[in-house]
Design a protein. Structure first.
Length: 312
């Protein structure tokens, strides 16, 4: 982790900072991410910091996925990284851009700059997230599991490594467990979104393993949930659960006020894996998601826990 905190070069008022955090909170909620239910369990200061970090990572993802920048997508990612470095050094302005990032508002940089000033986040973690998104520009064929793990570490584990700096921890093993948890969550996303990813010509499944189980990309495109595909998915779900089990060892190492956030994230992904299993591992024709009842139940548990913590 980095011990050096950025020293802002521009003066921002408390009102401007408060406005900036409200903006990143609104954008996080608008994203309708399952993570939002986890974030609201955090104390307000840490919650704001997580909103800022999540908004940054979301922009990197949107730059690549939305396709609005065309041939300049790589340049847009470069601009995002340059702004991150500037914000880390206390420069929140967006003046002098050769490429204007419509998603990256001044409020984002104020909120993110304040977060980087208040928490010992190594900016390399956020730079790694952008580099993970950049990998999507070079094609999304992964020959081996090790290659896919590298992608998962960049787009997901790196986010987790930034988050635990906000959560607070003492034992350095937290880094290993946060990495495993990120791999578990990203792999679950991949298994759930195979059809959606194919629509934008992306296959995040190891080519060697598809061949080993007798599954072709043509099977995926035509949504053929063959017996071979079901066996392949059983193997992948078991792998995701293995990483999830390794990742939950992180929770006892975190600051008590922050544990419920990753615990809630994990609950959401356990439910998604359960749904995949209940759908007989057919993620080509049935998309795993939380039902309205499951979301209501999750929110009720979060509310009850927050009341208990308040009075402990």
């Amino acid at each position: 982790m980095s011990d050096q905190k950025p020293a802002p070069s521009e003066v921002t008022t408390p009102i401007e900072i408060d406005k900036a955090y409200k903006a990143v909170a609104a954008s996080t909620k608008a994203a309708s991410s399952n993570f939002y239910y986890a974030f609201i369990t955090l104390p307000i200061e840490k919650r704001n910091a997580v909103y800022a970090g999540y908004s940054f990572c979301r922009i990197a993802d949107d730059i690549v996925d939305d396709g609005d920048y065309g041939s300049r997508t790589g340049e847009a990612l470069d601009s995002l990284q340059a702004h991150l470095t500037a914000a880390y050094n206390g420069d929140f302005s967006t003046k002098g851009d050769s490429l204007v990032l419509k998603e990256a508002t001044p409020e984002l940089w104020i909120a993110l700059g304040d977060t980087l000033h208040n928490y010992p986040i190594d900016q390399q973690h956020l730079l790694d997230v952008v580099e993970g998104c950049r990998m999507d520009l070079d094609g999304t064929t992964y020959q081996t599991w090790d290659q896919l793990v590298e992608y998962c570490k960049r787009v997901a584990s790196a986010t987790g490594l930034a988050l635990i700096e906000v959560f607070g921890y003492q034992d350095e093993q937290a880094v290993e467990y946060a990495t495993d948890l990120g791999i578990a969550l990203q792999l679950t996303n991949i298994l759930r979104d195979i059809t959606e990813d194919l629509e934008i010509d992306r296959v995040y499944l190891p080519t060697e393993e598809l061949a080993e189980f007798g599954v072709s990309v043509d099977d995926l495109r035509n949504k053929r949930a063959t017996p071979e595909y079901i066996r392949f998915m059983k193997f992948q779900v078991a792998r995701a659960r293995k990483y999830l089990e390794a990742g939950v060892r992180l929770f006892p190492l975190l600051d008590k006020q922050s544990r419920q956030c990753p615990e809630t994230m994990t609950q959401v992904y356990e439910i998604l894996l359960d749904r995949i299993e209940k759908n007989n591992y057919d993620t080509l024709n049935y998309r795993a998601s939380l039902s309205k009842f499951q979301k209501f139940k999750l929110l009720a548990v979060i509310w009850l826990r927050s009341r208990v913590i308040r009075f402990v």
